[in-house]
Design a protein around this ligand. Structure first.
Ligand SMILES: [Mn+2]
Length: 241
């Protein structure tokens, strides 16, 4: 039976070997049984550019490529940490890069797929930063910098986010704004969305104006691996392993 799997927020990094091991186990034993794997962003903790050819990235790219060659369709939506993923990554892995919001029929229901950071509109400082950094001109300029400079920037950002977490607490990630959720659903004329980013796994049901709206939120992988599975019957489950 055609089955779609969705994962997000693994934040893969050499400094998190347990999560990396879980990812490889998922790719070896769970993902090959699917028809399609959707990567909903922040798969990597940081992505400095497709030309950052290190052994860690190469291992993950090869694993995705092997899955693609087994006939599993791969699609990718950028997160706020791996938005630098580009055409070379797509070509090497066989991933199709989707726009930041994408409507796909899953289990018979038109469903909006997105990373989720755009829904956190209460964090105005982040939204301003996002607008600057995701501007295509600024992004192109950043990715044109020599790799060694991007590595320095990466190290700087790591330190900065460490300090930020110490100040605001580890779980200071902002949550979605309800109005932003409803507006986004209505703009795309759908009643269901799936996203990650907030690290607040849940299945939310909203009733508004006589309509039922669903919002599925994926988990990060810090304690357990997590994926959403949807089959042709419309059955939808958040699975931990
Ligand atoms: Mn995120």
């Amino acid at each position: 039976m055609p089955t779609t799997l969705i994962i997000a927020d693994l934040h893969l990094s050499p400094s998190e070997p347990t999560i990396v091991a879980k990812f490889y186990a998922f790719m070896a034993h769970i993902a090959p049984k699917a028809t399609e794997l959707i990567l909903l962003g922040d798969i990597f903790e940081r992505w400095l550019g497709d030309d950052d050819d290190n052994a860690f990235n190469r291992g993950i790219i090869q694993t995705l490529q092997a899955l693609h060659q087994q006939g599993v369709k791969l699609t990718f939506i950028h997160g706020n940490r791996d938005f630098g993923i580009g055409a070379d990554f797509a070509k090497q892995t066989g991933c199709e890069l989707l726009p930041e919001t994408y409507v796909q029929t899953l289990g018979g229901v038109p469903t909006l797929l997105l990373h989720g950071d755009t829904l956190c509109t209460d964090d105005t400082a982040y939204q301003q930063y996002r607008q600057r950094i995701r501007n295509p001109r600024n992004m192109a300029r950043l990715l044109r910098l020599p790799l060694w400079i991007r590595r320095c920037i990466g190290a700087y950002l790591r330190l900065q986010s460490y300090g930020y977490q110490r100040i605001r607490g580890k779980h200071a990630l902002s949550d979605v704004n309800h109005q932003a959720v409803m507006t986004t659903l209505q703009q795309h004329q759908v009643q269901r969305m799936i996203h990650g980013h907030t690290h607040r796994p849940a299945i939310h049901i909203h009733y508004e104006n006589g309509q039922v709206y669903q919002r599925f939120v994926l988990s990060d992988w810090h304690h357990l691996g997590n994926y959403l599975v949807i089959d042709d019957t419309g059955m939808l489950q958040l699975v931990y392993f």
